[in-house]
Design a binder for this molecule. Structure first.
Ligand code: AKG
Ligand code: MN
Length: 237
């Protein structure tokens, strides 16, 4: 299958097309482009990915226990990179050459993010609202200290949540002003959590210190009935 991808058509909503940048503070940043890809093209790609990617649902280890990963996965990497391992699982690296539409999506990502470089891709398929990814940061050493991760979504809209890691210096009871506890908690929860409904054909970019200072998840959602496919492009150093 060969595809010539183009960016989404002009849209009255400038933010949806050009993207919005969310400054998370202390050098962490997220960019969200809702209409990254044209709608119909994104559905063609969904069908291709759903049918042609060699999906597996591996057994992983979490807190010393074996469990089946609650989503399907596949890994693509350029030749000669160090091997990726997470939760006791080492995915087989497939070649970009065997999945040319993925290279087309990569080119479109690099066009929207000038100067970015990616050489690996982790794909996830959530076959309904019971499939999820738990709280984690993509802070593996092989990505370096400030990885840029570009995430493209297809199919069912799902919520993506970012939560600030508890800061090491702030002990639970320490206070510096006389503000009531309830008010302080409300304020901190606003600044310390961000949620995005990741739409079909959208792009979300995490960069700077986001993996060092924040964790993220795609929680279970009873109402999400259909399949979602997500691609995260990364640079292995
Ligand atoms: O599916 C998503 O939007 C996120 C996936 C993710 O965080 C990961 O693969 O590390
Ligand atoms: Mn992640």
């Amino acid at each position: 299958m060969s595809l010539q991808l183009k960016a989404a058509n002009p849209n009255p909503n400038e933010n949806a097309k050009k993207g919005q940048t969310i400054d998370l503070g202390n050098g962490s940043e997220v960019v969200y482009v809702q209409r990254f890809m044209a709608y119909d093209e994104a559905w063609r790609l969904f069908d291709y990915l759903d049918k042609q990617i060699p999906w597996t649902r591996p057994t992983i280890r979490v807190f010393g226990r074996s469990c089946v990963q609650p989503r399907d996965t596949c890994y693509i990497a350029s030749a000669g990179l160090p091997e990726l391992a997470y939760s006791g699982y080492q995915p087989h690296p497939y070649s970009w050459d065997d999945f040319s539409p993925l290279t087309e999506i990569l080119k479109l990502v690099q066009k929207v993010l000038p100067g970015s470089r990616f050489n690996s891709l982790l794909l996830n398929r959530y076959k309904g609202g019971n499939d999820y990814v738990g709280w984690h940061a993509d802070d593996e050493k092989l990505y370096g200290s400030t990885p840029e991760i570009a995430s493209v979504s297809f199919g069912c809209d799902r919520e993506f949540v970012l939560k600030k890691k508890p800061s090491k210096s702030s002990g639970g009871e320490k206070r510096s002003d006389g503000e009531p506890e309830s008010k302080r908690l409300k304020k901190s929860s606003d600044a310390n959590q961000h949620s995005f409904m990741l739409k079909h054909g959208s792009l979300l970019v995490m960069r700077g210190y986001t993996q060092r200072d924040w964790i993220h998840s795609v929680p279970k959602r009873a109402k999400a009935e259909t399949t979602r496919i997500n691609l995260t492009f990364r640079l292995v150093l």
